[in-house]
Design a protein. Sequence first.
Length: 158
Amino acid sequence: MQTLIVYMSSRGCAGKAALMIRDLLPDEVTVINLESDELPFLDSFHTLIIGGSIRIGNLQKRLKKFCEKNLDQLLKKRIGLYICCMYEGNKAREQLMENYPEPLVSHAVGIGIFGGELDFDKMNVFERMIIKDVIGITVNVSLFNEKAVRAFVKKITG
């Protein structure tokens, strides 16, 4: 079973998740960062895993367009969807539901919410100021949940 992981990452967390998923899957896996890599022919893959990070409530535009443009083809595949975000529980699930097309969410065999990371070294001054003023955080924070990634992979392979 060939698997394609398509992701975008604002500051690296969704990419970290993509690589961890790749390493946990037992079969041949291709990982594509939509920001920099060329997309292969989707018909070559049985399973597609799509993931991104939520920033100011939104998934990366290019990732959303990928899902919308290829929706009919994606609905013929085994699909896994994930996000990385700083929210947990219902708020995180809402963000996933609002950012992926509903038919794709309903069709997915696995949904993953992996937490997020705030790395001040990767932010510009404006972003650090917003995080400080809105959330009140001034130091690096990692809520990345490896256990959630492992559970997601079990759903995908199950």
